[in-house]
Design a protein around this ligand. Structure first.
Ligand code: HMG
Ligand code: MG
Length: 306
C-alpha cells in the first residue's frame, strides 16, 4: 500500500535550471513577464536565476535586472543560485529571499561545474552559508550527481551521505538531492532513500529529478512513499545541466502537478495558470516544450482530458 501525503510543496526552478540550458536567448523582459506569470500560479517558491560567471552561463547574466523588476508576491520565496562569495554579493544586492549553494557528490562533475574539487568547495560554501545567514537569508543546498555522474558513473551511497552531511553541517535549511542527468530508476531511488533515511532527517530533504529517460515521475512516487514531500520542477520540462552532457529537462512541474492532483494530493498550484505560463515561455523560446501536459495541449487537447 502506498503511503501518500495530503500536500506536496513544489519549488519552481524553470527560470534558473530551465533557462540556463536553452540555446535560444530569452529577453530579460520576457523572463520577468514569465516569472510574474509563475507568481500568479500559486507557487510557494521560485528560483528566478543564478549569480554565476556569465562566461559559464551566459543565459543568466541578467540575474540582477530580473531580480530588480519582477513583481514580488507576498508568501513566495524568491531564490537564486550562488556558487561563491562573489555570487552571494551579487545576490545580496538584489534583496533575494533565499540563496542556494551547490556542489556535486562526484569530484569530476564538481570540477567541470564549479572548477573546484569537493574538498576545495567545502570552505567556499561554508563561508557563503555563514555570510548569507548573517545577512538574514535562508540557504538551500543542492547536491548533484546523487544517482549517477556522467564522468564517474554510479556514486557510492556513502559518498552521498558524506557530502550531504558536510552541507547540512554548514547550516543549510534544506538539501535538494539531484539526479542531475536523469539516470535514477525507481528501484535505485528506493534503495538509496532507504539508506539515507537512517542518516538524514527527511524533513529537510527535497528531491530534484531530471527526466532524461522518462523516469522522473516514477522516482517521485517512490520518494513520496518514503515520506519526502518537497520536489523541484521546471515548467514544461525545460532544463538540463550545461556541464553534464546528455542531461535533458527537469521533471516537468505541470506533469507533476497533474499527477498529484489526479491522486488527490494538494499542491496549491492552479493548472490553468500553469498552462498559461507554459504557453507564454514556449512562444518566447520558439520551440515545443517537452512536458506531457504541453504535448497534449500542443496537439489540441486540454489539461483535464481523461
Ligand atoms: P572560476 O573561473 O574558478 O572562478 O569559476 P575564480 O574564482 O577563479 O574567478 C575567476 C574570475 O571569475 C574572476 O574575475 C572572478 O571575479 C569571476 P577576474 O578577476 O578574472 O575578472 N567570478 C565571478 N563572476 C561572476 N559571478 C561569480 C563569479 N565568481 C568568480 N559568481 C565559478 C568558478 C563557480 C564562478 C564558475 O565555475 C561558474 O560560474 N560555474 C557555474 C556553473 C553553473 O552555473 N552550473 C549550473 C548550475 S548547477 C546545476 O544545474 C545542478 C542543479 O540543478 C542540481 C542538479 O540538477 O543536480 C543545481
Ligand atoms: Mg538541475
Amino acid at each position: 500500500m502506498l503511503e501518500l501525503p495530503k500536500y506536496v510543496t513544489i519549488k519552481e526552478v524553470g527560470p534558473r535550471d530551465g533557462l540556463q540550458n536553452e540555446p535560444n536567448e530569452v529577453l530579460t523582459q520576457d523572463k520577468i513577464a514569465w516569472i510574474n506569470k509563475l507568481s500568479e500560479a500559486g507557487y510557494p517558491y521560485i528560483e528566478f536565476s543564478s549569480f554565476v560567471h556569465p562566461k559559464w552561463i551566459p543565459q543568466l547574466k541578467d540575474a540582477k535586472e530580473v531580480a530588480a523588476s519582477i513583481e514580488r508576491k507576498p508568501g513566495i520565496t524568491y531564490a537564486a543560485l550562488v556558487p561563491n562569495m562573489k555570487g552571494l554579493e551579487g545576490a545580496l544586492e538584489t534583496n533575494v529571499d533565499e540563496v542556494s549553494v551547490f556542489m556535486s557528490a562526484s569530484d569530476t562533475h564538481n570540477k567541470k561545474n564549479i572548477n573546484k574539487t569537493i574538498e576545495e568547495t567545502y570552505p567556499v560554501l561554508r563561508e557563503v552559508v555563514n555570510e548569507a545567514k548573517q545577512a538574514g537569508k535562508s540557504v538551500r543546498g543542492y547536491l548533484s550527481t546523487v544517482f549517477g555522474c556522467p564522468y564517474e558513473g554510479k556514486i557510492p551511497v556513502d559518498q552521498v551521505i558524506k557530502v550531504s552531511k558536510h552541507l547540512l553541517d554548514m547550516g543549510i535549511d534544506e538539501l535538494s538531492l539531484g539526479d542531475t542527468i536523469g539516470v535514477a530508476n525507481p528501484k535505485q531511488v528506493d534503495d538509496v532513500l532507504e539508506i539515507l533515511k537512517k542518516e538524514l532527517s527527511f524533513d529537510d530533504i527535497a528531491m530534484h529529478f531530471h527526466n532524461t529517460r522518462g523516469m522522473a515521475l516514477a522516482n517521485v512516487l517512490v520518494s513520496l512513499n518514503h515520506g519526502i514531500t518537497t520536489f523541484d520542477g521546471s515548467l514544461g520540462g525545460l532544463g538540463g545541466c550545461p556541464y553534464a552532457k546528455g542531461a535533458s529537462g527537469n521533471l516537468a512541474t505541470d506533469d507533476l502537478v497533474h499527477m498529484l492532483h489526479q491522486m488527490n494530493i494538494e499542491t496549491g498550484l492552479d493548472e490553468a495558470k500553469l498552462e498559461e505560463a507554459a504557453v507564454f515561455i514556449q512562444s518566447k523560446l520558439e520551440k515545443l516544450l517537452p512536458s506531457h501536459q504541453m504535448q497534449v495541449l500542443n496537439k489540441g487537447g486540454g489539461v483535464s482530458d481523461v
